[in-house]
Design a protein around this ligand. Structure first.
Ligand SMILES: C[S@@+](CC[C@H](N)C(=O)[O-])C[C@H]1O[C@@H](n2cnc3c(N)ncnc32)[C@H](O)[C@@H]1O
Length: 424
């Protein structure tokens, strides 16, 4: 992906497609001068990112210092319609490229990150320039990291500073809070699961996601930002959460991040909420107890193409499990009983989805240090429903445990024809 050093590539940070339709709003000469100075003359320049949406697409450009064969270069990365291009420029080429970027007009956001502080500029559709600066900082910087250093994590693949700060994962200086490290890792690893689901997707094809039991909405916003800013997709997200206070807080965050049009919240119960359109992908991270089953049931009813669901505790099956028989020695221990109930609950869920035409895998999506609840059901529609093997495996397991899985009762209408054919 990384080109060798471009001699004179003439490479714009952003190609010459400045929004013809956008208002002719330019940065003031003073701001342009400040950015140039901080990028090229300050030792602590870390990153400059510009994000603009026009022509129905997200356009992202960024510049950061890198060390290449012992020399300082500037890595320019552009994402257009989901395609990313990277060029390593000598300062002599980076200077005019930055000039062209700053000359661009129309609504956009610029974020400059340096060791001494951040500058955030937002130019609204109406042409208003909104400016904010961090307090003076003294960040430590790896002044020019290697150009091909470590495989980046999703939350480092785009400018996630505002996302992490607004959601409270990072502090006001942009550092991940110690108490949020586990959540940061969970979200990061969860985001990776979207990559194969959107690979090769045209940027213009709208994608609707639902986050079931979204709680404080870390994942809701992260998924939106990752899919729009890194993958360049046209995305809408609906967060569904029955706690009205959490929803009010999430709406504030959506405003603060400037994404309230695309990321909306329903203060409703999963079982009864109504969406104007069926989501293509349903995600759910640790929705409590049978809310996980409700998320799966809704995904089936919505005909969702893909489901990413990390279950939480499952009390219902645990209470149903018989205490006697050869498993008595296992089931008398609370912790083993709980773990066995979790394994069985997830197996029943996976098997029901298989019967209903999903290809399912159960994975550990993140390390156990990040969360003990690190199992995830990944399901993609596309296989024939009612396959005899899937049905018979389900019935055998269910009858062995004399269980009545909650999800079977919930999806009785969809399952009946497959189960009765076999049972009868
Ligand atoms: C453990 S939190 C997880 C929140 C978030 N997904 C995360 O991982 O940070 C589970 C959330 O699911 C919500 N929830 C549980 N049952 C629900 C239901 N039936 N409808 C809507 N929300 C529900 C709870 O209010 C809670 O905020």
């Amino acid at each position: 992906m990384n080109d060798p050093v471009a001699a004179d590539t003439g490479a714009d940070l952003d190609p010459d497609v400045a929004a013809e339709t956008a208002p002719r709003t330019a940065l003031t000469g003073e701001l342009v001068e400040e950015i140039r100075r901080r990028v090229f003359d300050e030792a602590g320049f870390m990153r400059l990112t510009q994000v603009a949406r026009y022509g129905g697409q997200m356009h992202r450009a960024s510049l950061r210092p890198v060390q290449l064969k012992g020399e300082r270069r500037f890595q320019a990365e552009t994402t257009e319609g989901g395609r990313m291009a990277v060029r390593n420029l000598a300062a002599v080429d980076a200077l005019p490229a930055l000039g062209r970027l700053l000359e661009q007009r129309g609504a956009r956001e610029l974020h400059l990150v340096t060791a001494s502080g951040d500058l955030h500029i937002r130019i609204t559709r109406k042409g208003k320039t909104l400016l904010s600066r961090s307090k003076p900082l003294a960040r430590e910087v790896d002044e020019a990291p290697a150009h091909d250093h470590v495989k980046r994590q999703p939350l480092q693949a785009f400018d996630a500073d505002a996302l992490l700060r607004v959601t409270g994962i990072a502090d006001t200086d942009g550092r991940i809070k110690a108490t949020m490290r586990g959540k940061y890792d969970q979200v990061n690893e969860f985001l990776r699961l979207f990559d194969p689901l959107v690979e090769g997707r045209p940027a213009g094809a709208p994608l609707l996601l639902a986050d079931c039991g979204c709680g404080k909405s870390y994942l809701t916003f992260a998924a939106y930002c990752y899919l729009t800013r890194h993958h360049g997709l046209d995305v809408q997200v609906r967060g569904i959460e029955r706690n009205a206070e959490l929803v009010a807080a999430a709406r504030h965050m959506a405003e603060a991040l400037g994404v309230a049009q695309d990321v909306q919240f329903l203060a409703e119960d999963l079982a009864t909420c109504r969406l104007a359109e069926n989501p293509e992908i349903v995600m759910s991270l640790h929705a409590c107890d049978t809310a996980t089953d409700e998320a799966l049931a809704r995904a089936v009813e919505w005909g969702s193409r893909a489901i990413l669901c990390a279950p939480c505790c499952q009390h219902e099956l645990q209470q149903e499990m018989p205490g006697g028989g050869p498993l008595r020695a296992v089931l008398r221990h609370g912790i083993l009983r709980e773990r066995l109930a979790d394994i069985l609950a997830d197996t029943f869920r996976a098997q029901i989805l298989r019967i209903l035409g999903y290809r399912v895998s159960i994975i550990e999506f993140v390390s156990v240090e990040a969360t003990a609840r690190n199992v995830l059901l990944r399901a993609e529609a596309g296989v024939k429903a009612g396959q005899p093997q899937a049905v018979s495996e389900y019935l055998e397991l269910r009858d062995f445990w004399q269980a009545k899985p909650w999800l079977e009762t919930r999806l009785a209408g969809q399952l009946e024809k497959h189960l009765t054919r076999m049972e009868g």
